[in-house]
Design a protein around this ligand. Structure first.
Ligand SMILES: [Zn+2]
Ligand SMILES: [Zn+2]
Length: 244
């Protein structure tokens, strides 16, 4: 599996960048995980929009879904130009019906509910879910293919269940919205120490800090995480790719 970071900002994108968005690829199959603000523009540096096979959304906060509308239009244009014949499936949870209902714009995009209690199969990729601690209903994803595993926390404050959920994964994409001395819990987010604690307790191979704050020096987040987790710690950056 190959993962490319398209957007890594929390809340809003900085100039020429995007909020939460990740591209997962395997043998030509392309799954977009979250589709935040600026994502559609940045994504085109890495793939054609009509090449996307599916989209999955962790939750319905703007920094994870802002570009869903333009993505629907892009598929409408692609179908009209016949650069693809396939509607785009968008997977979301059903616990916010007004948001879920917006995902389907047939015949351009179709909506699907992912089953948060069982494995959901999207193309060759298997995904299981963990409800996070957040202001809106949100799901972390354990993404598996051919014995390799990527875990994406989406947005959450620290919860112990991540230790089991992320156990032994090859890559942990963990939200890190705050520095070690700050408490993210009131906002439904984590700090660098909490991200690293999950990485350590789950014995993950590599930790990627993402959903980054708009203040401070991000290198400090890495130093703080390294003080807790002895494995590799990487700061999320647009265009960074990981092969697992
Ligand atoms: Zn967010
Ligand atoms: Zn959120």
């Amino acid at each position: 599996m190959k993962l490319t970071i398209i957007g890594h900002w929390g809340a809003y994108p900085e100039a020429n960048e995007a909020t939460s968005c990740y591209l997962l690829e395997h043998e030509g199959f392309k799954l977009l995980v979250d589709c935040g603000s600026g994502a559609l523009s940045q994504l085109q540096h890495f793939c054609k929009l009509e090449e996307l096979d599916a989209v999955i959304l962790s939750h319905y906060h703007h920094d994870h879904i802002a570009d869903i509308g333009p993505l629907q239009y892009s598929r409408q244009v692609a179908l009209a130009l016949k650069t693809t014949e396939k509607p785009l499936p968008i997977y979301g949870h059903p616990y916010d019906q007004s948001e879920f209902q917006k995902l389907a714009k047939p015949p351009h995009t179709l909506s699907f509910i992912y089953n948060d209690e069982h494995e959901t199969k999207i193309g060759p990729i298997s995904i299981t879910f963990l409800e996070t601690e957040h202001k809106a209903r949100c799901y972390a994803m354990r993404i598996e293919l051919k014995g390799k595993t990527i875990v994406y926390t989406a947005d959450s404050s620290y919860k112990e269940e991540f230790n089991t959920f992320a156990k032994n994964c090859d890559l942990l994409i963990c939200e890190t919205s705050f520095y070690a001395h700050q408490d993210g819990k009131p906002y439904g987010h984590m700090n660098s120490t909490e991200a690293a604690t999950i990485a350590k307790d789950a014995s993950v191979k590599k930790l990627v800090l993402t959903h980054l704050p708009h203040f401070g020096e991000h290198s400090q987040l890495v130093n703080e995480a390294k003080a807790v987790f002895s494995g590799e710690v990487v700061l999320a950056k647009k265009g960074l790719t990981f092969e697992v």
